[in-house]
Design a protein around this ligand. Structure first.
Ligand code: PRX
Length: 634
C-alpha cells in the first residue's frame, strides 16, 4: 500500500496520475462482500462515485470483522468526568450493544435508507446508535448536543428522520443541560415530525413524555437482549450519513457521505497519516456532533481495530491533568485535539503535564482551526512528541493537508498544516481570473481538481444543485472544488492557511455561519438591522461580534437599556442556536458600514474590531458609520 521505500512525492504522484490503481490498492484495507467492479465513475462531473459495484458495510468493518481476532480487546472506552463513569466495551460487547440498538431501531420501523437523527451527549449509546444505523443501511444525522431548538428544527426538517435518538440531558462543567425540552420544541417547530423518539434516560433531568411517540431505550433494549441483527450489505455508494455544516446562507448544508469510499479513506488515513496500530488506544477529544468525531472517535479507530477513547467532560475538570491521566491509564498512543483546547490547557499550571507517565504517546494531531506557533511550541515541549497539524473540512471527512509520516517521515513546519494528501489534486487559484498560481508566496484560493478522493462528500443532501453551484461553480471558468480558504505555498511545497474567503467563522474550532446568527438576532422585535462578524481572539481563534441597529434610538443613549437588550439578544441566540453561536458582544450603532449599493462592508467591520486598517473604502456610502464604529473601540 505504501511500500517501505516509497517517497511521499512518488506516492502522491501515483494517487493523482493513476487514481484507479492507487485506490484499488487502498480498497484492500477493508472487507467487501462483493469487490468493486469499477474504482471511480467520474462520468458525470463533479459527482464522483467510488468503488462502484462493490458492496460492504461500515459497521461490519468497524466491529464484526474484528471479532475473530479481537473479541476481548477494548473497542470503546467511555470516560465521563461529568457523571464520574468509566466503562469499557470490548469488541464483543460493542457488537452485542450495537445489535440491540439495531433491533430496537428496526422495531421502531427504521429501514434501509431511512434517516435517524441522533441528538446526544457523548455517551456510549450515541456510538451504538451511529453504528446500528449503518449496520442496517439507515442514514444517521448526528446533531451536536450544544445546538438548541432552532438549529435542531432546521436539521430535522431537512433530514426528515423517521426516528430521533436522544437523551434526557448532557452535562458540561457539572451543569446539566436538559435535551428533551429542546428536542420537543424543535419537533414542534419543524414541519416534519419524526414517528418515534427513542430516549436514553441518564437520570440527569426529568422528562415529559409524549405517549405513542416517545419510547425508552432501557425498556426496548430489555426486549432485544439476545437479538442477532446481521449487517445489511449496501452498495459502496450508499449514503452512510449526513452531517450539517454552516455555509454562507442561513440554511446549513447536509454534507452527504458514501459508505465504501469513506471506509477506505479512513482505513488508509489511520495507517498512513495517524500511524495507529491495531490494538493500541486512540484518543480523539472532539465530539460526535462534529466531523472529527465521526471520523476519528468512531469510524477510523474502530475500522483500524484500535480501542477508541470517548470522553465526556472538560479538559480542565477536575483539573488540567485529566487528559494526561487518561493517556497514562489507557496507554494512548495517538491523540487528536484542537488548538483551542491546547490554548485552554496552556493557561493552566504546566505541572499537570509532568504529573503522568506519557511514554505511550507518540504524536498529537491538531485540526479544525489555524495552529499558532506559541501553542504548538508549548505543547510540543510539554509532551516531547511531534505535533501534527491537519487541515480539512466537514465536506472532505479526512485530511486535505498534513504530513503523512506513515508513508515517509517528514518534518512539520510551524504554522503550516503541511502538504497536500494523496488523492487531493490541490491547486492555488487566483479567485478573479481562475488561473493557477504557480509561484511561491502568492495568496490564492485553495481548490481541488475533481474527482475528489474517496471519503469526501457525495453531494449536499437533497440539493445537487447547491452542491454544484456552491462548491464547483464559484471560480470563473473552472470546474474545481472551492474550499473557501485562502492559502499560500512556500518553496518546499508546504501550505499555509490564511483564513476563509467567505462569511464562515471559526469559534474554538467550531464552524459557524454568520448568516445563521444574523437571522436569529434579526428575529428580536427591537432589532432593525444586524451584522455579525468573526473577530480575532487569543483563546478561541475567533469570536462572533454582533452589531445591531436598534429600532428605537433611545437604546443608543441609555446604557442600562443597551445592557438589557444585549442580554436579551444573547438569550435569544442561546435558545435558538445554542451557546456556541452566542456572540461575545453585542454593540449598538445607528448605521452599519455599507457600500452605495447597500452591501455590508464586512471586512471593514472586522478590521475595525481588530484594530486594523479597513482598507479601500471608496465604495462606502456614509463614512459616519465607520467613525461611529471606531469610537466604540477607542
Ligand atoms: O477554514 C478551515 C478551518 O476549518 C474549516 C473547516 O471546518 P469544519 O468543516 O468544521 O471541519 C473541521 C475538520 C478538521 C476549514 O475550511 N480549518 C480546519 N483545519 C484547519 C483549518 N484552518 C487552519 N488550519 C487547520 N489545520
Amino acid at each position: 500500500m505504501a511500500g517501505a521505500e516509497t517517497t511521499f512525492r512518488e506516492f502522491y504522484r501515483q494517487s493523482i496520475d493513476r487514481p484507479d490503481k492507487f485506490w484499488a490498492e487502498q480498497a484492500k484495507r477493508i472487507d467487501w462482500q462483493v469487490p468493486p467492479q469499477q474504482i471511480c465513475d467520474y462520468s458525470q462531473p463533479p459527482f464522483a462515485r467510488w468503488f462502484v459495484g462493490g458492496t460492504t458495510n461500515l459497521c461490519h468493518n468497524a466491529v464484526d470483522r474484528h471479532l475473530a481476532s479481537r473479541a476481548d480487546q477494548p473497542a470503546l472506552i467511555f470516560v465521563s468526568t461529568e457523571t464520574d463513569q468509566e466503562q469499557v466495551y470490548t469488541y464483543a460487547q460493542l457488537h452485542t450493544e450495537v445489535q440491540r440498538m439495531a433491533a430496537v431501531l428496526k422495531d421502531l420501523g427504521v429501514e434501509q435508507g431511512d434517516r435517524v437523527l441522533i441528538y446526544m451527549p457523548m455517551i456510549p449509546e450515541a456510538a451504538f446508535a451511529m453504528l446500528a444505523c449503518v449496520r442496517i443501511g439507515a442514514i444517521h444525522s448526528v446533531v451536536f448536543g450544544g445546538f438548541a431548538s432552532g438549529s435542531l428544527a432546521t436539521r430535522i426538517e431537512d433530514a426528515e428522520p423517521k426516528v430521533v435518538v436522544s437523551a434526557d440531558a448532557g452535562s458540561r462543567g457539572g451543569k446539566v443541560v436538559a435535551y428533551k425540552p429542546l428536542l420537543d420544541e424543535a419537533i414542534e417547530l419543524s414541519r416534519h415530525k419524526p414517528r418515534r423518539v427513542l430516549m436514553v434516560d441518564r437520570k440527569l433531568a426529568p422528562m415529559t413524555w409524549l405517549e405513542k411517540r416517545d419510547v425508552l431505550w432501557s425498556e426496548l433494549r430489555a426486549q432485544h437482549l439476545n437479538d442477532h441483527v446481521p449487517c445489511t450489505w449496501v452498495d459502496a455508494t450508499h449514503t452512510s450519513y449526513t452531517l450539517y455544516t454552516s455555509g454562507t446562507t442561513g440554511k446549513p448544508k447536509g454534507v452527504q457521505r458514501d459508505t465504501g469510499g469513506y471506509a477506505v479513506a479512513l482505513a488508509a488515513s489511520m495507517d498512513l497519516i495517524y500511524q495507529g496500530q491495531p490494538g493500541e488506544t486512540y484518543f480523539c477529544t472532539s465530539d460526535i456532533g462534529w466531523v472529527v468525531g465521526h471520523s476519528y472517535i468512531i469510524y477510523g479507530p474502530l475500522i483500524h481495530g484500535m480501542s477508541t477513547l470517548m470522553y465526556e467532560g472538560l479538559p480542565i475538570r477536575p483539573d488540567a491533568g485529566i487528559w494526561w491521566q487518561l493517556v497514562e491509564k489507557y496507554k494512548v498512543t495517538r491523540m487528536f485535539s484542537a488548538p483551542t483546547a491546547v490554548r485552554v490547557l496552556k493557561k493552566q499550571d504546566p505541572a499537570h503535564l509532568k504529573q503522568y507517565d506519557l511514554s505511550s504517546l507518540k504524536a498529537l494531531y491538531l485540526a479544525g482551526e489555524p495552529l499558532d506557533q506559541p501553542t504548538a511550541q508549548w505543547i510540543s515541549e510539554g509532551l516531547g512528541v511531534p505535533i501534527i497539524d491537519n487541515y480539512w473540512q466537514t465536506e472532505t471527512g479526512w485530511p486535505i493537508m498534513t504530513i503523512a509520516n506513515g508513508v515517509e517521515p517528514a518534518p512539520s513546519k510551524f504554522g503550516s498544516p503541511g502538504v497536500p494528501m494523496y488523492g487531493y489534486h490541490l491547486k492555488l487559484i487566483n479567485e478573479n481570473t481562475g488561473e493557477d498560481l504557480v509561484g511561491h508566496q502568492e495568496k490564492g484560493v485553495v481548490a481541488i481538481e475533481g474527482p475528489l478522493p474517496p471519503g469526501c462528500l457525495q453531494t449536499i443532501w437533497k440539493d445537487d444543485e447547491r452542491f454544484v453551484n456552491t462548491y464547483w461553480k464559484s471560480i470563473p471558468d473552472r470546474l474545481v472544488y472551492n474550499t473557501f480558504d485562502w492559502g499560500i505555498r512556500d518553496e518546499d511545497g508546504y501550505y499555509f492557511i490564511l483564513g476563509r474567503t467567505d462569511d464562515v467563522i471559526n469559534v474554538a474550532g467550531h464552524r459557524l455561519g454568520t448568516r445563521e446568527i444574523e437571522e436569529c438576532i434579526a428575529g428580536h422585535s427591537q432589532v432593525a438591522e444586524v451584522a455579525v462578524v468573526g473577530v480575532a481572539d487569543a483563546l478561541k481563534g475567533q469570536v462572533a461580534m454582533a452589531f445591531v441597529v436598534p429600532r428605537d434610538n433611545h437604546y443608543l443613549q441609555d446604557d442600562a437599556a443597551k445592557l438589557r437588550l444585549e442580554g436579551e439578544i444573547m438569550k435569544l441566540v442561546d435558545g435558538q442556536l445554542g451557546a456556541v453561536a452566542r456572540p461575545s458582544r453585542v454593540l449598538f450603532v445607528s448605521l452599519l458600514p455599507k457600500t452605495r449599493s447597500g452591501k455590508l462592508l464586512r471586512r471593514a467591520l472586522q478590521a475595525v474590531c481588530e484594530g486594523r486598517d479597513p482598507g479601500d473604502l471608496t465604495t462606502m456610502d456614509d463614512p459616519a458609520a465607520l467613525h461611529q464604529l471606531r469610537s466604540l473601540f477607542t
